[in-house]
Design a protein around this ligand. Structure first.
Ligand SMILES: [Zn+2]
Length: 162
């Protein structure tokens, strides 16, 4: 299975708002093949999630590693966002070797289409809630480094990798 190169900041297309996927597109072989490659790319990069714009397709699709399986979310929306927040360290495949503390809602509900075009809903919390918010941001051209409150918390781990 081939994998795709992951675009890194500051690639301009990472900053674009991605377009909705038309329902009739979902069942096409080309689109299904793209989903498989996107999943493989996530696993190859050891990511917990990856969004289509990170591989140069500005469409509203991301995949998340849930229990070791690549799950597809098409045209996702966060339908509920808790007022309660938590601060946790984040990184991003498109911002290599950089980590920073980001404040996010503790719980979110997600509504999306799965790879068969069926509506799925999901309530998530903890790391999973962070991942869905992070990936949804990618579809709006937002990177986690935009949301790091305390710039001091940004650290590059390149130095310790030597
Ligand atoms: Zn990311």
């Amino acid at each position: 299975m081939p994998i795709l190169p992951i675009l890194t900041n500051p690639t301009p297309s990472l900053r674009e708002r991605s377009l909705e996927v038309e329902t009739k597109t979902i069942g096409t072989p080309d689109f299904q093949a793209f989903l498989d490659v996107l999943i493989e790319t996530m696993f190859a990069a050891d990511g917990v999630g990856i969004a289509a714009p990170q591989v140069g397709r500005n469409i509203r699709v991301f995949v998340v590693n849930r229990h070791g399986k690549g799950e597809v979310y098409i045209n996702p929306r966060l339908t509920k966002i808790s007022e309660a927040t938590a601060i946790a360290e984040e990184g991003c495949l498109s911002v290599p070797d950089v980590w920073g503390m980001v404040e996010r809602a503790k719980k979110v509900s997600v509504e999306a289409l799965n790879r068969h075009g069926r509506i799925v809903t999901l309530d998530c919390r903890g790391l999973e809630a962070v991942t869905f918010q992070h990936e949804t941001d990618h579809l709006d051209g937002i990177l986690f480094i935009d949301k790091v409150k305390d710039r001091e918390s940004i650290k590059s781990v390149k130095s310790i990798k030597s």
